[in-house]
Design a protein around this ligand. Structure first.
Ligand code: HEC
Ligand code: HEC
Length: 319
């Protein structure tokens, strides 16, 4: 038998070259590597993401509220913007956000490109205007040259948006133990993690938290099976209205984007109101208000084991 043919025949036996064919049929899919992103534009976006000149007083960058090494969110209940101004809604991670079907808790931005303008113009976050940002960045000859090289139009709102979104598209956490298991590696998960995944499905968490991002592909009511906001007991704020803020439709009140659980263990506190400090409590709250049942501590612990297996790798992430 000629050598190349022989190698082709034994490859599947060794489990090599076996990828898509053996992907397990599960409601969660592996995080795909970032493809089709211009590396030079993404690198420019990385610089802009960390550049405090994007805020009015030069004190806050995107990374101030979304520090990447620790998981892409600041772990505060509410972030701090320019002038020490405190926000009113919890900051989600930017990792894997390009995989979400829409941006923000209430889905008011369709794309990462659109999203950029939110924090930039928000008076309590970066508090600036496009013309000020463009003028300030144009005052930096090296940056002007980089933009000219990558974008014929130079420094404009569109090129700034594109560069930052390009960078964000590279912020995918790949090769999580769970994803290796999905791809057929039986040893990637231990028994506790497998048991946690089974419970996650049996309790029904999977009906809302699923797909590539284990969330991020639908809206869900906060309090599908109980009145979360009454139980919280401190009244309802405009930031609690969710999708209603965008559509004004009564049926969208308290409808929030189901968040990704990919990096949930790294990004406390939890929920749009940042009200819940620990993952244990967040899981109990979900069981109670989304599924109408109590969950024993032992099951909570196994679900946490499963959530740990969802954390993939990225060179800028070092939890
Ligand atoms: C002052 C803190 C702060 C700054 C600065 C900030 N963000 Fe955010 N970011 C937030 C908060 C809070 C939210 C959630 C807001 C909401 O959903 O209404 C958010 C949401 C996001 C989201 C949506 C993620 C998702 O899954 O819905 C992305 C993407 C994002 N920010 C990227 C950026 C970029 C890019 C910059 C810089 C241009 C930036 N942020 C600057 C606090 C901040
Ligand atoms: C009916 C849909 C639904 C079900 C079922 C559900 N969730 Fe959620 N989950 C959501 C929504 C919506 C949010 C965001 C709510 C908010 O912030 O107000 C959320 C938020 C979370 C968060 C917080 C994430 C963060 O970054 O703040 C965790 C953790 C979580 N869910 C875990 C679970 C677990 C574990 C289960 C099963 C016991 C579960 N969920 C069942 C819809 C659901």
């Amino acid at each position: 038998m000629p050598r190349p043919l022989f190698i082709l025949l034994i490859l599947p036996l060794l489990g090599l070259g076996a990828t898509a064919a053996t992907l397990r049929d599960e409601p969660i899919r592996p995080v795909p590597p970032a493809t089709g992103v211009d590396p030079a534009r993404a690198e420019l976006g990385r610089q802009l993401f960390h550049d405090p000149r994007l805020s009015d007083d030069g004190s806050v960058s995107c990374a101030s509220c979304h520090p990447l090494a620790s998981g892409g969110s600041d772990r505060r209940r509410f972030s701090i913007g320019i002038g020490g101004h405190q926000g009113r809604i919890n900051a989600p991670t930017v990792f894997n956000s390009g995989l979400n079907f829409t941006q923000f808790w209430d889905g008011r931005a369709d794309t990462l490109e659109q999203q950029v303008e939110g924090p930039l113009l928000d008076p309590g976050e970066m508090g600036t205007t496009w013309s000020r940002v463009v003028a300030r960045l144009n005052g930096d000859p090296a940056l002007r040259q980089t933009f000219r090289r990558l974008y014929p139009e130079g420094i404009t709102p569109a090129s700034i948006r594109d560069a930052i979104a390009s960078f964000e598209r590279t912020l995918v956490t790949t090769d999580a133990p769970f994803d290796r298991w999905l791809r057929g590696d039986d040893d990637a998960l231990n028994d506790d993690q497998l048991e946690g995944y089974r419970l996650f499905q049996e309790y029904g968490c999977i009906s809302c938290h699923q797909g590539v991002n284990v969330g991020g592909n639908m809206y869900g009511y906060m309090g599908a099976m109980g009145d979360y906001f009454s139980a919280r007991g401190d009244g309802i704020r405009t930031t609690d209205l969710g999708r209603f803020n965008v559509t004004g439709r009564e049926q969208d009140r308290f409808l929030f984007k189901v968040p990704s659980l990919r990096l949930a263990l790294l990004t406390p506190p939890y929920f749009h109101d940042g009200q819940t400090a620990t993952i244990e409590e967040a899981i109990r709250t979900m069981a109670r208000f989304q599924l109408g049942r109590e969950i024993p501590d032992r099951d909570v612990a196994r679900i946490i084991d499963f959530l740990g297996s969802l954390i993939g790798n990225h060179p800028l992430l070092s939890p």
